[in-house]
Write a protein of this length. Structure first.
Length: 291
């Protein structure tokens, strides 16, 4: 599933070509993943795309009516597991599993392709948009270290589960959680509340470094992900732990292992990411006398 770096890469690519363009026509294929497809077909033509932005793993297209046609609102897009959004000439061959074609006023088309159709398209008002996104936590690239430590330091769940919870932080997924935990040398099953301030700060720095590096390399193309121009990302070549089960750790040469956490495969180094042993409390004077 595309995560924060992939969605950010797509958003940046689309933001260079779409703002100011007007949607001239809409053609839909299969619509089982589209919220009220009739509204999209009736309301999008005539809209001007004012901005393209990312919110967590969502792409948001801010729309304004143009020349008395269309309506204001936001086109909310989630790429699911296999969704792709690309801008192509209208004459270009249409790829299989293309389910939405938005023809623009310059003759190009914004095309949404999704093999498994686990994504989502919806045209929402400002009020509905706030309600749809209200449960999501803060963006890890916009959060201070103090806020990060406060949010995670009180959670008793395993750190991998906490980081995957979009209510805690929005945008993180399996790839970049594994990479961040490896960089911070934290075991994925360790309880978040037991990490302590020093290791939480180290994890905070690791997450931000990994996300920024992945964005710089235009995301990770493991299977279906492509950017707004249809090109694959490059960060998969720089993964240190994700997908490397049985291969040597790039830091200590121990073999990478995989364990299930919250139903997700978690890759880690058994030597670099050990769970610290807890010091047992010394027995009290009363208990010593009792024995």
């Amino acid at each position: 599933m595309p995560e924060l770096p992939e969605v950010e890469t797509v958003a940046r690519g689309l933001a260079t070509v779409l703002p100011g363009r007007r949607i001239a026509a809409v053609r839909l294929g299969k619509t089982d993943f589209i919220s009220d497809p009739a509204v999209l077909q009736a309301s999008l033509p005539g809209c001007q795309i004012a901005a393209v932005r990312r919110y967590g793993k969502f792409l948001l297209f801010d729309l304004l009516p143009s020349n008395g046609a269309g309506r204001s609102g936001t086109l909310l897009v989630h790429l699911g597991m296999t969704g792709q959004l690309v801008v192509q000439p209208a004459a270009a061959p249409v790829a299989p599993h293309t389910h939405a074609l938005l023809t623009l006023d310059d003759g190009r088309q914004l095309r949404y392709t999704d093999v498994r159709r686990f994504g989502r398209l919806a045209l929402v008002s400002a009020e509905d948009l706030r309600a749809s996104l209200a449960a999501l936590g803060p963006d890890p690239l916009e959060l201070s270290a103090a806020e990060f430590c406060t949010r995670l330091g009180r959670r008793r769940a395993r750190i991998k589960s906490v980081l995957l919870d979009q209510r805690t932080l929005r945008g993180l997924g399996n790839i970049y959680v594994d990479e961040s935990l490896w960089r911070a040398q934290i075991h994925p099953t360790e309880q978040a509340a037991r990490l302590g301030p020093a290791r939480l700060k180290r994890l905070y720095r690791a997450i931000r470094h990994i996300l920024r590096e992945a964005i710089r390399w235009r995301g990770s193309s493991i299977a279906n992900y492509r950017d707004a121009a249809g090109a694959p990302g490059g960060y998969q070549q720089r993964h240190c732990v994700y997908g490397r089960e049985g291969k040597p750790c790039l830091r200590c040469r121990a073999k990478i292992r995989r364990v299930l956490v919250a139903g997700r495969s978690s890759h880690y180094c058994p030597r670099c990411q050990r769970i610290p042993r807890r010091r047992q409390k010394a027995p009290s004077a009363v208990s010593r006398l009792a024995h």
